[in-house]
Write a protein that binds this ligand. Sequence first.
Ligand SMILES: Cc1cc2nc3c(=O)[nH]c(=O)nc-3n(C[C@H](O)[C@H](O)[C@H](O)COP(=O)(O)O)c2cc1C
Length: 373
Amino acid sequence: MSDEVKQRKIEHVNVALNNDVTAAQPASWADVRLIHRALPEVDLDEIDTAVDFLGHRLQHPIFVSSLTGGHPDVAIINERLATVAQQYGLAMGVGSQRAALVNPALAATYSIVREKAPTAFIIANAGAPQLIEQKRHAAFTAADVRRAVDMVRADALALHLNYLQEAAQPEGDRRAKGCLAAFAQVAAEVGVPVIAKETGAGISFEQARDFQRAGASAIDVGGAGGSSMAAMESVRAQGRGDTHTAGIGLLFRDWGIPTPIAVVEATQGAPGLPIISTGGVRSGLDAARALALGATLVGMGFPFLKAASEGMDALHEFLARFIAELKVAMQLTGAATISDLQRAPVVTGGATRDWLDMRGFGDTLRGMARRQM
Ligand SMILES: Cc1cc2nc3c(=O)[nH]c(=O)nc-3n(C[C@H](O)[C@H](O)[C@H](O)COP(=O)(O)O)c2cc1C
């Protein structure tokens, strides 16, 4: 089991970097329009992108999404990502820590993150499906989860929700009953804030409400329209000649709630909880749209993975461009701060609007598009 998990960690990174594993349907950020201000009365240089997240001040509303660890060859990716997380004042997640929980020799591939980012907001990671007993393994104990947190001296713990990925994984876990109760128990006992984190299929109003009741401190909607874990697993299954599982991964490549919609669903379902908008965020303009819809942070996986695999220059270039784009969008909506942006009027159209109307969020939308007198 220990070698299997370790091998999977390197395969995920290689598959994502060498194949197109993006959902075929984009996240539809273009359906979300901010209203241009011809005279913004805000200097570009005075724009402040700092934001409070779970009691911590971040310099930018950016989460370097949980990606990797668990194989010696990926430690360099975590090292580079942590270096920029520290330098730019970002939040950063490590990938699933199961590999190091079953083989403690791999802990250094995760703890390098805390070494390189001593004061950044670091988020530990474990899978919600592993909190219950599965056919092939016992449930994680409270002590296991605590070890994951301690391994990176984490400020918070993300429990990832990846039942779509598990279904498209030849060796995937299939049991789900009892997982919400197990989530609630971890949230009550682990001692750090717990984030409910989808990984590409989104979180609905109802599920956001469930997670808030179960004690989640934040929700990462991990919506559809960016990296598709189903597509990633399909490539792996194909590589093993498992056409049955590969077919499931392909069929469900676009399954899920697109990210902008999931942001609205989750902000309504879990009022007051910080929402992270992850899934297909590819520019500072996408980020501005997500924040205007009510998100507190945007998360990105693949863009950070790709830049980190190329080196530090690529990471700096990516972040400089992204932050500059966000600031331009803020200036053109007259927002000097992230909280101004979160109050900016938003107009939605296309399939995004249809979905939100069908789900009864029409009034919320009209409120978001309100005129400012
Ligand atoms: C190679 C790879 C590995 C990932 N591993 C994890 C993981 O271990 N835990 C987790 O919560 N999410 C994991 N994710 C999901 C990301 O955190 C993120 O939700 C996803 O990539 C969507 O964002 P994107 O469209 O910006 O890539 C992984 C994503 C990729 C591409």
